[in-house]
Design a protein around this ligand. Sequence first.
Ligand code: SF4
Length: 305
Amino acid sequence: MSWLPYRSLSSFLREKFGCRVQKISLDAGMSCPNRDTGRKGGCIYCNPRGSGTGAYAQGIGLKEQIERQMTFMARRYKAKAFIAYFQSYSNTYADVETLKSIYDKILPYPEIIGLAIGTRPDCIDREKLELISSYGPERLVWVEYGLQSADDETLKRINRGHDVKTFIDAVNLTGQYPIRTCAHIIIGLPGEGMEQYINTSRLIANLPVTDVKLHLLYIIKGTPIEDMYIKGLYRPLGMDEYAQAAAYVLAHLREDMVIQRITGDPHADELAAPAWAMEKALVRTAIIEKMEHLHLHQGMMYSKL
Ligand code: SF4
């Protein structure tokens, strides 16, 4: 499929760098303020591995993680350029000196042409943004914030530990720096339907957000959402429902936004449901076909708030 009804990360990177660029996911052994003692135990869907590789817990340091993954990606995809993605937990949840010593691990590698830092909107301030922006302009730099939903009631229901305003403030602050901002949203949160998905899409389209990741809410074993699923209090979306929701979410975004993901990426051994969440290629095709069927493309329903 050559033409896509949305602006994908791979096409954006190819336009910008003229070659294949691969992300390498790094686990710096960070934590998360929503999981630390004294807080309420994390988001109800939180993977105890913090959505990461678990490499740090296995004793694999950052240097080794970087070199192993670059070697693998170069062999498998002939990639010559890489984006270092600090993925696990909240990668700005430490003092600036500690963060600098972590991010500096990418400096010996000129082939790392991008730095992406996943975090929460309640873990950022000017000092950290100054530090992060210092890795540009020779590298493309992103901060990735989880919003998940633009509905405060939903954020309480999923025990997110911050509200929508905190996200808006973080994004507006980040927009003052030469940093790209990626927002993560989840389709299928308990109590949500198309109205909430579209509201979330419209909010982020009206903020200085440059990139978006869409995730399906899938159920990881051992999480509170799995208890709700077992008790019949939560039903995961079907693939067609997800495809339809994703199609409308994409249609309400701005057309210049880069879509970094259109579904999540569960580990097979951790997934409780739905089984189709493992079929990434099928999900991608279902979204594209749904958009074609509904005559939708990214940006066509965007409107200013
Ligand atoms: S913000 Fe991420 S790491 Fe923290 S509790 Fe929520 S899902 Fe888990």
